[in-house]
Design a protein around this ligand. Structure first.
Ligand code: BG6
Length: 268
């Protein structure tokens, strides 16, 4: 079992694992959770939790083939810097990961990575990368959010109409036409995204507003891939959609010495 922080205030509750600074539960008071969490995720040291919001950093997917898929942050132990009760409805939790002998062996740069999580009637996550080295480095990254849905056939993603995307399954560059509906495996990197995205479910609509990012990944593994996925029931593809706040592919970031880049997602 891994250590986690529990937040409970007048407007919401959340649970955040120190491993990976991984938010694995968020719900507004009296409402069902917004984040999906696999019932069969084992919460083991060194293994990413399946569900919630894994942090993919300093490389998204296999953008850097020298690193593990989605980088090493999601399995690294973060330090709990502070929990601040800003008011009865708002709690802020700050976690950091600094370079170490282990990270330098994987990725040869000195850095500080901070995740500031604000739990209120919105869930806000701000992931800040500071370059502590004397050379510029390149990152690709994502707040890889798993959203809980009533059923895949009831859910659609709005707000990406006319956006160009890379279909990661076929490597084709295509353009979105209308809402995204799910009738097969979907693994797409949308580009040039600057406005709000909506996940419309049977009885609620979740809004996602991103900053410091122009790429958004939309992913559902569907039947066959779901069977091959770790820590996921065979039928779990019915229960979640990932909408990932990203800096992926052409939306990579170069972080110069002493500079900070912040990727922000606001969910409500
Ligand atoms: C998504 C990718 O971001 O993450 C998918 O687009 C991938 O291709 C998924 O399968 C889950 O990755 P992982 O490493 O957590 O199993």
């Amino acid at each position: 079992m891994i250590d986690f922080i529990e937040v409970n205030n007048n407007s919401a509750s959340a649970k955040i694992a120190l491993q990976g600074a991984h938010v694995f539960h968020y719900a507004r008071k009296g409402e069902k959770p917004i984040l999906w969490l696999s019932e069969v995720s084992d919460f083991e040291v060194g293994k990413a939790i399946r569900g919630g919001v894994p942090i993919c950093w300093p490389s998204f997917g296999m953008n850097n083939p020298d690193l593990p898929q989605h980088g090493f942050a999601r399995t690294s132990e973060f330090k709990h810097l502070a929990t601040n009760e800003l008011d009865a409805n708002t709690t802020e939790v700050i976690l950091i990961l600094r370079y170490s002998k282990e990270t330098l062996a994987l990725w040869p740069y000195k850095f500080e990575l901070e995740l500031k999580i604000t739990v209120s009637d919105k869930l806000t996550m701000q992931l800040s990368t500071t370059n502590l080295d004397n050379k510029t480095f390149k990152i690709t990254q994502a707040l890889h959010t798993y959203f809980d849905i009533s059923h895949i056939s009831d859910a659609r993603v709005k707000g990406l109409d006319k956006k160009p995307y890379l279909d990661a399954l076929t490597s084709e560059e295509l353009t979105q036409n209308g809402d995204i509906i799910f009738e097969k495996e979907v693994d797409r990197v949308y580009q040039e995204v600057s406005s709000e995205i909506m996940l419309k479910d049977k009885d609620r609509t979740i809004h996602i507003k991103n900053e410091g990012s122009s790429s958004v990944v939309v992913w559902n593994p569907w039947i066959q891939k779901c069977k091959r996925m770790s820590a996921m029931r065979d039928e779990a593809y019915n229960d979640f959609i990932c909408i990932e706040t990203a800096n992926a592919f052409d939306d990579f970031k170069l972080v110069e010495p002493a500079k900070t880049h912040t990727l922000k997602a606001m969910i409500y």
